[in-house]
Design a protein around this ligand. Structure first.
Ligand SMILES: Cc1cc2nc3c(=O)[nH]c(=O)nc-3n(C[C@H](O)[C@H](O)[C@H](O)COP(=O)(O)OP(=O)(O)OC[C@H]3O[C@@H](n4cnc5c(N)ncnc54)[C@H](O)[C@@H]3O)c2cc1C
Length: 392
């Protein structure tokens, strides 16, 4: 057993990574792309990681989880992606929704929703983005009005991942505060089969079985218990949203570093084999250096991701915020560059479906846009790390 330092992971985490890599390797990229191209899903893989306790490893044991931290579930997300199976719903269901419900849900809400999130049998999607509000989520117009003891939701969401695979969606709406009369954000758990809840897939260029959806919420009636947390707490919704941000960014970073590792591994294997001037093309620095740069960029992004996760798991939300934003930025950049370099290293083969490299470009590129764009991270760092004036 090696001694742990600030820069190494525990033996337990390393074993977790190895086990997840082995499980995901049994499925691999061919399975993932075959499902994507045939309109299939990754349900078997999802349920298997659930059965093995990896999906809900960050959820407390009393609610069916593994009692670990965000660093554990981020490691699972990264290893899946590194085996060619990047699962966006890992970011959404256990990390964003699982965190919000665990931190703010009532006892009954935790008992109702967390076990299914943990074992993958009741996946939860997350819906904040709206067509007209976009990045500016203060401008969302989905509203919740009280009706008797319950609520009626109305509005529209866009780019919501995995609604077809989810049992529920954690929907961000605005409701009138009963004390102040002002509109405040509130989070509701909406069953995907609720009357008035409709969704249609958005054709995307990403090669993935996980799809994005436009969601139409047309007078969806919900019981009082659908509102997450204490209804009397005026700014609960805002705190819930903020609580989801660090897990979201740490997981998105892990998704990207895993994808980047997968692209780099493919490129390295290829340039070691392919010969056109009598030596493997990897002997040429024109190919070796960009791949070495990717190796450095990926390791730097992984280190920052682990730092963010360690700070978050230690309860330091504020310090985790800066690190999580930086990690997410660095990881998305590393993934975009690694995917691009992998395509280049493969020459013409890089654009074929057979080699499956070009398909990584859009998936990596999405990491610069979602769940938070690179520009908004630069805005955050400009304001919070550098003390510059707010620019928007
Ligand atoms: C694959 C994928 C999955 C997604 N899954 C989900 C999901 O599950 N749930 C969910 O709610 N949403 C989801 N989204 C939505 C995602 O969070 C948004 O696309 C993202 O927040 C950007 O919003 P937008 O697309 O409306 O872009 P816009 O807000 O229109 O922005 C367009 C561009 O302008 C830039 N910009 C805007 N304002 C500023 C500013 N002040 N300063 C500098 N630049 C600025 C942005 O960075 C961006 O590059 C997903 C998106 C994708 C692509």
């Amino acid at each position: 057993m090696t001694e742990q330092t600030a820069f190494t992971e525990t033996d337990e985490r390393i074993t977790l990574r190895r086990q997840v890599a082995k499980l995901a390797g049994g499925y691999g990229r061919d399975y993932f792309t075959a499902q994507a191209r045939s309109g299939g899903k990754t349900t078997e893989l999802w349920l298997e990681i659930g059965r093995n306790g990896y999906l809900g490893i960050n959820i407390p044991e009393e609610y069916g989880g593994g009692g670990g931290g965000i660093g554990d579930v981020a490691a699972v997300c990264e290893e899946l992606a590194a085996q060619g199976c990047p699962l966006l719903m890992m970011v959404v269901s256990p990390a964003i929704c699982g965190t919000v419900i665990n931190r703010f849900g009532t006892e009954e809400q935790k008992r109702t929703w967390l076990p299914g999130i943990a074992d993958g049998t009741a996946t939860m999607a997350f819906a904040i983005t709206e067509p007209d509000a976009g990045t500016n989520s203060h401008n969302i117009t989905t509203t919740a009005r009280r009706e008797g003891d319950g609520w009626v939701l109305k509005g529209q969401k866009i780019y919501i991942s995995g609604v077809d695979e989810a049992s529920n969606v954690l929907v961000v709406a605005r409701a009138e505060d009963s004390k102040t009369g002002r509109l405040k954000p509130c989070l509701f758990v909406v069953p995907t089969d609720a009357a008035g809840f409709e969704y249609t897939p958005i054709p995307m260029e990403i090669v993935s079985p996980e799809q994005q959806f436009s969601v139409f919420i047309d007078d969806v009636r919900l019981p009082a218990g659908a509102l997450v947390g204490d209804p009397g707490d005026t700014d609960a919704g805002l705190r819930q949203l903020f609580a989801g941000l660090n897990p979201e960014r740490i997981m998105a970073a892990s998704f990207s570093t895993g994808l980047a590792r997968f692209a780099l591994d493919k490129a390295v294997a290829y340039v070691k084999e392919r010969e056109v001037f009598g030596v493997p093309i990897g002997s040429h620095q024109g190919l070796a250096h960009p791949l070495a740069m990717s190796k450095i960029e990926i390791e730097l992004a992984r280190l920052m991701t682990q730092k963010a996760a360690a700070l978050y798991d230690a309860g330091d939300d504020a310090a985790a915020g800066e690190a999580a934003n930086m990690a997410k930025y660095a990881a998305a950049e590393a993934a975009c560059d690694a995917a691009d370099r992998a395509v280049q290293a493969h020459g013409g083969n890089g654009i074929t479906q057979e080699y499956g490299v070009a398909g990584l470009l859009v998936a990596a590129r999405a990491g610069r846009i979602a769940p938070v764009s690179r520009e908004m991270i630069l805005n955050y760092v400009g304001m919070h790390s550098l003390g510059l004036p707010k620019s928007y």
